[in-house]
Structures are given as C-alpha cells and as structure tokens.
Design a protein around this ligand. Structure first.
Ligand SMILES: Cc1cc2nc3c(=O)[nH]c(=O)nc-3n(C[C@H](O)[C@H](O)[C@H](O)COP(=O)(O)OP(=O)(O)OC[C@H]3O[C@@H](n4cnc5c(N)ncnc54)[C@H](O)[C@@H]3O)c2cc1C
Length: 487
C-alpha cells in the first residue's frame, strides 16, 4: 500500500470516499425511464454529442438522475476531446484553481480533491493556476471514476427526424444509424457553426494563414515574419507559441486603440448571475452580453507577458485591417497604420454560431429559430451579428422552430454549448458554472421524458399492487359502532 493510500490520500482513497458519498446520496438514482423499442432495437433515452467538459457533465448528471440508457459520442480519440490537449496553446487555465467545474456538487469530484489526493495540501497551496494538460488529466479521471458511457472516434454526421424519435448517422468507430428520444449537442465553442473568419481573409490562400484553432505546425513558422489578429487570450497564446518556436518577428494587429484591461463578467460572477441571468427579461440579457462584447475580455496577464518578453514582438494598436492579399509569395496587409508585409498570419478571430457552417446540422439549420427571428427588438441595443444568429432556446436548452410545425424534433434537441450563452448565461461553455448548466439541462430532460411517458407512469401506478400494510395492523371497529348506534 502506498504512503498516500495509508494516509487516507491518494487516488484510490479518494475514489473510495467518492463511492461512499454516492452511496450516502443513493446515487446513481434507480433507473425509471420505460424502455422504448424501434425496429427491434432499444432506443436511447438521450444521446450526447461531444464528450468534452460539457458533454461529460451532462452525461454524469443524466446517469446520476437514473436516466442511464445514454451514450456520449466524440469524434476525437479518448483523451483528446476539446481544446486542452489540442489547440489550447496557453500554459495554464485562466480560471482560478478552486472552481468546482463539473463536480455536480460532489466535493470528492472536484479538481482540488483530485489534485490534493495525489500531490497533497502543500502542493495545492503553492499551485498558482492549473496547467492545461492537468485539467485534461482531471477530465479523463472524471470520466473513468464515474464509468461514463462514452464512445470515442465516432462522428455524428446527420440528424434525421424519425416519428417522435431522432435518428443519427454515425461514422468512425461506430457506423450506421442510431435512434434516441433526446439529443444533447455538447459540441463546444465551434460546435454549431465553426471558425469566425473575417471577409478580408475568405479569398486568401490557406498556405498563408491559419485560424487559431487549427492544427498549426509551429516549427514551420521558425524564421518567419508573422502577424496575429486580435488581442484576446487565443491571440496571445498563439503569438507566444510562435515566438517560442523561433519566429523572426511577430506583430499583434489590434483594431482597438487600447488593450481591454478589465475582466468584467468574471468580476461580477456570483450565484445570482449563474441562476438569475436566464430568468431576466430578454432586454436585460442583451444588455449584459452587448456590454461585455463592447468592453471585451482582456487576455490573461500571464499570456500577455509571455508575448511581451520577446523583443521581436510588437503590439500594434489602432491597427484595423482593410484588406489582405498575396503579393510575390508573401502577404500584403493594408491596415489603418499603413501597408505591412508578412510570411504568415494567424487569425484569432473566434467562433461563429452560423449553423449553415456544419454539414451535420444541414437538416436542422433552416428550422432553428434565432434571436434574429423576432426575439431581438431594436430597443434592446446594438444589433450585433453574432448575437442575432444565437439560437432562441427554451428552458431546457431546447431549440425552437422558426415556423411552428415544420421541425418538431427540435424540441428534443438541446443546445448545451457556447451558443446557448445569450439565452441561458454562461452555464454551458466555461468551467465556473458548468454544473449548474448540466443540472438545468437534466431537470428539463427529466421532466420532458416523464411527461412523454405519462400514460405508462399512470398505468404503473394503477398496476402497482405490493401492499405496504399486511392487514394485521388494525381491527375494523365499524360493527361495534353500528351496535352502539343501535343502542
Ligand atoms: C483555447 C481555450 C482555452 C480555454 N480556457 C478556459 C479557461 O481557462 N477557463 C474556462 O472557464 N474556460 C476556458 N475555455 C472555454 C471552455 O471551458 C472550453 O471551450 C471547454 O472546452 C468547453 O467544453 P465543451 O464540452 O463545451 O466543448 P469541447 O471541450 O470543445 O468539446 C466538444 C467536443 O465535441 C466533439 N464534437 C463536435 N462535433 C462533433 C460531432 N459531430 N460528432 C462527434 N463529436 C463531436 C469534439 O470532438 C469535442 O471533443 C477555453 C476555451 C478554449 C478554446
């Protein structure tokens, strides 16, 4: 037995405590959803697409709630879901180490419990921020310790209505068609649309530029003159990685006259924001998100210093881009500061909610109601394109139809990713409130499944015949009473 296990620490001991806690709470709850068959096979109660942090939290909450006929599919190999071990180029998470993340109210499931079990309380005290690979390791453990039903290497390629069910086409490690009653799209930041690419880049040969979430070969950028668009976290992380890989020079092309310096939404973070935002009138939701978009989130201090420590890095502020073109084997960029020449450009320009960008959503895209379809009204504030294309979701993150009756299955498809932010607040993308989001999602799915099977549940009520009283607990005094009355 290792010293840590003997001392009640170590992962084995932690897993034992977690099992005890689950047992005390009688979790997972007993399965309660009636089995449903289609073409001779069992239909899934819920399929989750994406096994990143949101997909895992949603799957865990479903299983703990007694909805256990579920599976999560992820196109990525196990351990490479989401950005952490792929295109996240920061050294550490931005979030404070103490956030509960996907722990779903279970103390032994927190990152802190996992870390402390292995490296001890002193190491926890001296940890500044969570290294990104360690966050991925924690998510791998989270999935294992809860024995979550996840299948990797499986891409969902199409969604097709099938009566009151949803049919999904799969490719990869599992192929063919599967059926489900509810579908959760935990497909991440780029999950509904894809990369947001500015118009001035759309016709430029991809040899000369990459999106910050692309798989970039940084060794090939050694000795090159580089530009990075933007001043957000990803701009800094990509710029720093390029500089550390030996770029000859690197310019950050920043449209703003000043760097954003205050992280406003994090600053006012509270349980009020987590649980209250989605209940606010729409005009208030718009106002919060519009203001945050206007003031912008600054890049983390550490990431910014990671760039500025290089003498060959320049921060070019007030440097809007008018056009980009290929010119004699290099990039010629016309900016508000004049003409600039580079070998390669990285566009850290974020993601879009434009569903038409994803082939797997072709059947849904024209039917999904967006904020632009009447939920936004001019008195709310600036009509920002990326907010207008946000889906107009219901209380369980379910899509709504643009024209009622044209695609009823949307009511069973839940948008549990970044695109839900305008309707639901930040509960389905970032670490701080993902448990609250998963709980809201699963409460809604639970209610919908129960209501949809209400006939069966009522029939079960009528058929239930196991007596609680055996009949020997009392005597019937009615004959006596009759006798008394007669007297
Ligand atoms: C670079 C970066 C750094 C971040 N740092 C922080 C931070 O410090 N703190 C914080 O709170 N938040 C951070 N975030 C935001 C957020 O926490 C992450 O984006 C997180 O990964 C969100 O989890 P997710 O499950 O929604 O998406 P993801 O982790 O992206 O998972 C989505 C999964 O869906 C799968 N998928 C998509 N489409 C399909 C399909 N058709 N079929 C099968 N599988 C599919 C993908 O393979 C992917 O694994 C960061 C985001 C990025 C991009």
């Amino acid at each position: 037995m290792s010293a840590q296990v003997a001392n009640g620490t170590g992962l084995d001991a932690l897993e034992k405590r977690l099992a005890e806690d689950l047992s005390l709470l009688e979790l997972p709850a007993k399965p309660w959803v009636p089995e449903r068959m289609h073409d001779g096979s069992t239909v899934r109660d819920v399929i989750i697409i994406g096994a990143g942090m949101c997909g895992l939290a949603a799957t865990a909450k479903l299983v703990l709630s007694g909805i256990n006929n579920v599976v999560a599919y992820d196109a990525a190999p196990a351990g490479l879901e989401g950005p952490w071990a792929t295109f996240a180029r920061m050294e550490t998470l931005r979030s404070p180490k103490s956030l509960h993340g996907p722990a779903l109210g279970l103390p032994q499931l927190t990152f802190r419990a996992w870390f402390t079990a292995q490296w001890g309380a002193d190491a926890w005290a001296s940890l500044d921020k969570i290294p990104k690979h360690q966050w991925m390791d924690y998510l791998i453990w989270y999935r294992r310790v809860l024995a979550l039903p996840v299948q990797n290497g499986v891409r969902m390629t199409a969604i097709v209505p099938a009566g009151d069910l949803i049919a999904l086409d799969l490719e990869g490690a599992q192929t063919g068609r599967v059926y489900t009653r509810h579908l959760v799209l935990a497909t991440g930041r780029s999950g509904l649309g894809g990369f947001a690419v500015p118009d001035f880049l759309k016709d430029v040969d991809r040899r000369y530029w990459a999106h910050s979430a692309d798989d970039i070969d940084f060794t090939a950028l050694k000795g090159k003159r580089l530009a990075v668009i933007g001043a957000g976290a990803s701009s800094m992380d990509n710029a720093a990685t390029a500089l550390e890989s030996g770029a000859e020079s690197l310019d950050l092309l920043i449209r703003r006259k000043e760097m954003p310096r205050i992280n406003k939404m994090t600053g006012i973070g509270s349980q009020g924001v987590v649980h209250g935002m989605h209940q606010l009138p729409d005009a208030w939701k718009w106002k919060f998100v519009d203001y945050t978009a206007t003031t912008q989130t600054p890049p983390p201090r550490g990431s910014t210093l990671r760039v500025s420590r290089h003498a060959n890095a320049r921060f070019l502020l007030d440097c809007g881009i008018n056009s980009v073109q290929e010119d004699a084997g290099e990039l010629l960029i016309d900016t508000t500061q004049g003409l600039l020449r580079y070998d390669f450009l990285i566009a850290a320009t974020g993601f879009s909610n434009d569903f038409s960008g994803r082939p797997e959503f072709t059947s849904l895209a024209p039917h999904i109601r967006r904020w632009a379809d009447g939920r936004y009204t001019q008195n709310m504030g600036t009509p920002r394109a990326n907010l207008l294309e946000s889906p107009d979701l219901g209380p369980a993150f379910e899509f709504r139809e643009r024209v009622p009756g044209t695609c009823p299955m949307l009511a069973q498809i839940h948008c549990f990713n970044d695109a839900a932010m305008l309707t639901h607040g930040k509960v389905s993308g970032d670490i701080p409130a993902v448990s609250a989001g998963a709980e809201r999602l699963v409460r809604g799915i639970t209610a919908a499944l129960f209501a949809s099977d209400v006939d069966t549940h009522f029939a079960n009520l009528v058929a239930y015949d196991i007596p609680e009283l055996q009949g020997d607990e009392w005597t019937d005094s009615t004959p006596l009473l009759k006798k008394d009355t007669a007297l």
